[in-house]
Design a protein around this ligand. Structure first.
Ligand code: DHB
Length: 396
């Protein structure tokens, strides 16, 4: 079979790209190894930048988000037992972020495409494993894949976009001698929980504590999403529910007696942390987007938003090609994405290092962390820089 754009992966990046291309009248096929239920249930990101929200609205995926998404006007930093709000709109010329889970973004985009299938919306092939991208540097790239029954097929494409995550096959199609990757691992992970209890605070709380970082987030007015820093290789099942709440309570203690609200934990899992960038992000007619090209540690919630920025950049580049015949924007794709990617890498790294306790570091570093946080909450220029980064870096 044959299509204009072959897309590997039906996460938020692949699904949004398919929608953007469909709206632009460019045909594509999406190949996803997992089944639809998996893509719709897997707990991941929860914060959408303004630009991500705008993109979803513009392509017709904004209806439920506008009803159920929670607009957030700031965050709080908690350290030395005191809470410090950082307001976004007043520091950024009106920007906000929205709480709306990745699972819901995926459900909305899948539903849109499935319901438009009879009017030519692209097929979403679930339970279909990509094996390799062939001929990336030729005029006729293709995707070799396997269906559930084990049969091998080839999809002929004009362009291939790898939205298939860090473990996907797309990146391997870029020759090693042209590739360079940059990487950092961290000596800690996050234990994340979903709990059936109203969030304890209207805004997210990023808490630094000598026992480790804690984040109080949410998924809805009745569901809390919280994370605590734990050692690498922690097994989530080694933590009893009450132990998790005890630890969250200890790390978020304040001088005025405010306390986190407890409730039944419905899900818990451990997320390792990594920084990673692969350069370049394209090779011939293959383009990488999202985690296939770069990973950020979760602190600051940049991962999904970066992936969205990549696919918008690709969609604009191919629309430009179709409209004018010029490859210029496709050729600039990697450089244009990487400028924004590295800013997000820097922000995520700084947020991570400012808020986590590293068992291998000295008390000198503890003091620097407090000094960095104090600077942000007492200096308007520092707060503005944080607010601008958190609410999102503009596309080129
Ligand atoms: C969430 C995750 C983050 O990494 C973050 O910085 C904020 C919120 C979340 O999952 O809710």
């Amino acid at each position: 079979s044959k299509t204009t754009v072959g897309i590997l992966g039906a996460g938020p990046a692949g699904l949004l790209l398919a929608r953007l291309l469909y709206v632009a009248g460019i045909d594509c096929v999406v190949i996803e190894a997992k089944d639809r239920a998996y893509v719709e249930q897997r707990q991941r990101a929860g914060i959408l930048e303004q630009g991500t929200v705008d993109a979803l609205r513009e392509c017709g995926a904004g209806a439920r988000l506008d009803k159920e998404g929670l607009t957030h006007h700031g965050i709080e930093f908690l350290f030395d037992k005191e809470r410090h709000p950082i307001g976004f709109p007043e520091l950024t010329g009106g920007r906000t972020v929205m709480i709306y889970a990745q699972t819901e973004v995926c459900k909305d985009l899948i539903e849109l495409q499935v319901s438009a299938a009879s009017s030519g919306a692209p097929p979403l092939l679930f339970e279909t494993s990509a094996i390799a991208v062939d001929g990336a540097n030729s005029q006729t790239p293709s995707i070799r894949y396997k269906t559930k029954d084990g049969a091998e097929h080839t999809l002929q494409c004009e362009y291939v976009v790898g939205c298939d995550g860090f473990w996907g096959v797309a990146r391997a199609a870029i020759p090693e001698e042209l590739s360079k990757s940059y990487e950092r691992t961290y000596p800690f992970s996050w234990l994340g929980i979903l709990a059936d209890v109203a969030p304890s605070n209207e805004d997210l709380i990023y808490a630094r504590h000598p026992r480790g970082f804690t984040l109080l987030s949410m998924r809805s007015p009745t569901v809390s999403r919280n994370y605590i820093q734990v050692p690498n290789d922690t097994d989530a099942n080694d933590w009893a529910d009450e132990e998790i709440w005890d630890e969250i309570e200890r790390r978020t203690e304040t001088k005025n007696g405010w306390k986190v609200q407890r409730g039944p934990i419905t899900q818990k899992s451990v997320t390792p942390m990594r920084s990673y960038v692969h350069e370049p992000m394209s090779y011939g007619r293959l383009f990488l987007a999202g985690d296939a090209a770069h990973i950020v540690p979760p602190t600051g919630a940049k991962g999904l938003n970066l992936a969205v920025g990549d696919v918008i950049t690709f969609a604009n580049a191919i629309k430009h090609k179709v409209a004018t015949g010029s490859d210029a924007k496709l050729q600039a794709y990697s450089d244009n994405c990487l400028r924004r990617v590295w800013q997000a890498e820097r922000f995520s790294y700084d947020m991570t290092n400012m808020l986590h306790t590293d068992p291998n570091e000295s008390d000198f570093v503890d003091k620097l962390q407090i000094a960095r946080l104090t600077r942000i909450v007492t200096n308007k220029a520092a707060a503005t820089d944080t607010a601008l980064a958190y609410t999102g870096f503009p596309l080129d």
